[in-house]
Every structure is written in structure tokens, then in C-alpha cells.
Design a protein around this ligand. Structure first.
Ligand code: SAH
Length: 456
């Protein structure tokens, strides 16, 4: 169907913002034609200039506000919105939590499933300074080495010292490293020429342990002035337990290379989640908001209703966070995950914590479910925590055949969650409790939730 395009580039319109997309952009309509407008909130009357037109929608920029939303926070520093560090930073936190709840409600309504209720989003008391990990690009800007964050959709670095959503101790460590790199004239990597030394600085800090790891990602085998830089970090970052050089000499957007060289201290740091000790090495996956991850996964485990007698499958198990926490309350846990290194970590973590009733398998969850089903495995509970694309249909079918009492669905994408809820209904599974959203990423548009499905 051909849509008549009523707007043109550089035209200006006065309009009222009618909606907020899942990406956090305001929506205004010109003769029913949608225009997406960053930094515009529902209810606001604005003057919009059209910046880009496609056949089905346009983009616009707010030139002036006639009225502002009562939910608006005046963001003092435009950097956070420009860079995508805090795309919802202009929305009051209460309204962010409602926005996330409504995302799920609207998708359920579209699927004619208003019968399924959604609870208010579990938020953070202090919804900032929560990230336990930073990966910061390093670039030369007007002759000076800078650390910061890329402008949305670009590789233009905006220098930043206060990252707002990161643990402030991490921000401080980055400034220490930046100043050392400047002092010892270490050159930043240049994407165009492929020359230069330092590409990225990564810092992780244990939420409970306070152990800090600094990773210097280099384009070269050797880090010039290594001794001086290491001594400077040890001196300037008192909590540091590990300093690692990661070598990434490929022309790639990937941040980390495969080779690590420990320059000082330990090869890994430790932290705890749900009372379990985890080892974190430079390449390990680890949840970035530990406080909310505990609440999300605890909600999942509580809803599983474990009393020590059950067999549990944890699909998309990563480093085994859910599996190992569930193992304490289950007879046997089986985890499956596609990334071999994550399964190595999961096994290692099980051993360190003395957990013997968790088995981990590398593979595609959908393939492994077919194998388990063929082998006659009868889980009581299946927990899934898939990536954004949700579950493969064959996994849902295999689950139906294995016939667990309960499926606990941890979702990071409401659209695929709602799709999969409908598919589970075909296998005889119904949602038996209101869905619980848990805010894992305050100031951003990510929506995480826990859904309980039970066999009819
Ligand atoms: N609960 C996990 C994190 C889950 S994130 C933890 O705490 O560590 C989703 C995971 O699914 C990622 O680890 C990703 O590597 C994995 N994954 C993606 N596609 C997969 C597939 N088809 N089969 C199995 N695992 C997959």
C-alpha cells in the first residue's frame, strides 16, 4: 500500500506528542503520518522541524516547547541523551517504571490478552550509578587523548567523566587511567589508519567485593611505558586487584580481542550474586546491574516453588547464575547455553561453590531440548532467559512434550514474550500470575520481566 507522505524535510509543525515508542522517542502525527521526535514526551505541545523523511514515517527535532510534561526531568547535561547513556533520562523515574509496565500491557492488548495482568515495575531506590562494568572508547580529539562515549549511531566520541549510570568508583578509575595515558604519551588507536596503541579501557568492580579489574585493550602486542602505567594504576586506584592487557589487533568493531596478558595482580576478580561466589575474568559475561539482577532472578526462583525435590532446566543459562541459585533448592538442575566459555565459567563456579547437582551443556537450547525430550527427561520446572529474539518454536513444542508443571519465563523483550505466551497456550500452558517487570536498566528503554506459566 502506498502511503501519501504529507511532510517534507525542514518544514515546521506545531503538534501534540501522542505517544512514546519502545525506543523512547516521542510520536507526533501529521495527517496520521507518524513523526518520531527524540526528547519529546506524551502530552507536550511542541514545534517540530522535520529532519528526515521515509515512505512510512519521518524524524523530527523539537525546536520549541509550548507546554512541557509534568513527567519531564530537565536534563542538565545533553550528553546523556546524545550518547544513549540515558535515553529515558528526561523522564521522571516513576514515569519510566510505568512506561515499562505499559509496554507489556499494550503488547498484550494488541494480542487480545487483556486477561493477563502486569504488576508495577520493581524499580531501584537510587536509579543511577548502578553499572558494575564500563567499556570506554579512547580517541584523540583536537590533539588530546579522551575517554567518553559515542554519540548515538556514530563513532564520534563525546568526552565524559561522570557517566551517571556507572558505579562512581569506576568513573574515577577511568579518569586515573586516562590521565596516565596522557602523561606517558600513549597514542589512541585510529580506526581510519589502523595505527595507535590504546583502543578501549574496561573497568569492572564487584558490587559486594569492591574488587576492581582494569583492562587496557591495545592494538599492539606491547604496551609502551607498561611499568609506569601499571604503577600509576596501583597507586591511583586503591581497590585494584587485577590489571590486564587485552590485545585486539584486528580492524573490527569488536571491543575485546582473544588474548589476555595479566600485567599485575590476579587474572580474575570475584563477586557474589544470590549468595554464590562468581569468578569474573576479562572476557566473562557477568550481569551489569547486580542489585536488580538479584531481584529479577530471585523473583524467578521464588515463583518456581522449589522444595528440594524438583528437577529443573535452566535454558540460556549463561554463566549459570540462575542454575546455581536454583540448585540450592532443587534435586537436580540442567543448564544449557550456546557460548562454550560461559559454560566453562558455569562449571568452574559450580565447583568453587561446592554445588554438585548442576550439570551444564554447551549447545543451542532448542537442539538440547529435543535431545532431553528424546532421552525421557522429565523436568518439574523449566526456566528460560532467552536473548531478545525469544524462544524457538521447537523449544516450546519440546517443552510441551516434556510436560513440566511450570515454566518460568525471564524476558528482556516484551514483544517476543507475548508471542511466546501465545505459543505456550497451544501447548496447554497458561499465565497464572500477573507478569512482574523488574527494572534492570534505569534511564534506558530496556524492559525485563518474569512470567509464570502453568500446565492446564
Ligand atoms: N541467565 C544468564 C544470562 C542469560 S542472557 C546468566 O545469568 O548468565 C541469554 C543467554 O542466551 C546468553 O548467554 C546467550 O549466549 C545465550 N544464547 C543465545 N542464543 C542461544 C541459543 N540458541 N541456545 C542457547 N543459548 C543461547
Amino acid at each position: 500500500m502506498k502511503v501519501k507522505v504529507p511532510v517534507h524535510k525542514n518544514e515546521e509543525y506545531q503538534a501534540t506528542v501522542v505517544d512514546l515508542t519502545y525506543e523512547g522517542n516521542g510520536v507526533v502525527k501529521v495527517d496520521d503520518f507518524p513523526v518520531f521526535v527524540p526528547n519529546a514526551l506524551p502530552g507536550e505541545k511542541v514545534t517540530v522541524r522535520i529532519t528526515k523523511v521515509t515512505s512510512h514515517f519521518a524524524w523530527g527535532r523539537v525546536m520549541a516547547w509550548q507546554t512541557k510534561s509534568p513527567d519531564r526531568v530537565d536534563v542538565k547535561d545533553k550528553k546523556y541523551i546524545q550518547t544513549g547513556i540515558a535515553p529515558l533520562g528526561h523522564l521522571k523515574y516513576d514515569a519510566q517504571l510505568k512506561f515499562k509496565q505499559h509496554q507489556i500491557e499494550e503488547l498484550l492488548a494488541k494480542a487480545h490478552r487483556e486477561d493477563i495482568k502486569v504488576l508495577p515495575t520493581m524499580g531501584m531506590e537510587k536509579p543511577y550509578h548502578y553499572r558494575n562494568k564500563a567499556q570506554v572508547p579512547v580517541k584523540l580529539i583536537r590533539g588530546q587523548l579522551e575517554t567518553g562515549f559515542y554519540k548515538r549511531g556514530s563513532h564520534n566520541l563525546v568526552p565524559i567523566e561522570d557517566f551517571y549510570i556507572q558505579d562512581p568508583a569506576i568513573d574515577q578509575a577511568i579518569v586515573v587511567v586516562r590521565d596516565l595515558l596522557r602523561r606517558f604519551h600513549v597514542t589512541p588507536y585510529d580506526e581510519q589508519t589502523g595505527k595507535g596503541v590504546i583502543r578501549t579501557v574496561m573497568v569492572r568492580r564487584g558490587y559486594y567485593s569492591h574488587e576492581v579489574m582494569v583492562v587496557l585493550v591495545t592494538n599492539t602486542k606491547r604496551l609502551p611505558m607498561e611499568k609506569q602505567i601499571v604503577a600509576g594504576i596501583v597507586d591511583g586506584v586503591p581497590e585494584v586487584k587485577s590489571i590486564v592487557q587485552n590485545i585486539n589487533d584486528k580492524k573490527t568493531n569488536r571491543l575485546l580481542g582473544d588474548k589476555n596478558k595479566t600485567l599485575w595482580g590476579k587474572d580474575e576478580i570475584h563477586d557474589q550474586l544470590l549468595g554464590i561466589d562468581f569468578a569474573i575474568s576479562p572476557l566473562s559475561f557477568y550481569q551489569v546491574n547486580p542489585q536488580q539482577t538479584e531481584r529479577l532472578y530471585q523473583t524467578a526462583i521464588d515463583n518456581a516453588g522449589l522444595d528440594g525435590s524438583q528437577t529443573v532446566i535452566d535454558a540460556y543459562c549463561g554463566i549459570g547464575t540462575i542454575s546455581l541459585a536454583a540448585a540450592k533448592h532443587a534435586k537436580q538442575v540442567y543448564g544449557v547455553e550456546i557460548v562454550p566459555a560461559a559454560i566453562e565459567d558455569a562449571k568452574h563456579n559450580a565447583k568453587r561453590n561446592g554445588i554438585k547437582n548442576a550439570k551444564f551443556v554447551v549447545g543451542k537450547a532448542e537442539d538440547q531440548f529435543a535431545k532431553w525430550q528424546a532421552a525421557g527427561l522429565k523436568p518439574d520446572v523449566v526456566i528460560v532467559d532467552p536473548p531478545r529474539k525469544g524462544l524457538a518454536e521447537s523449544l516450546i513444542e519440546a517443552t510441551g512434550k516434556m510436560a513440566p508443571e511450570k515454566v518460568i519465563y525471564v524476558s528482556c523483550n516484551p514483544a517476543t514474550l507475548v508471542r511466546d505466551i501465545q505459543r505456550f497456550a497451544e501447548q496447554g500452558y497458561q499465565v497464572t500470575k500477573p507478569i512482574q517487570p523488574v527494572d534492570q536498566f534505569p534511564q534506558t528503554t530496556h524492559v525485563e520481566s518474569v512470567t509464570v506459566l502453568e500446565r492446564d
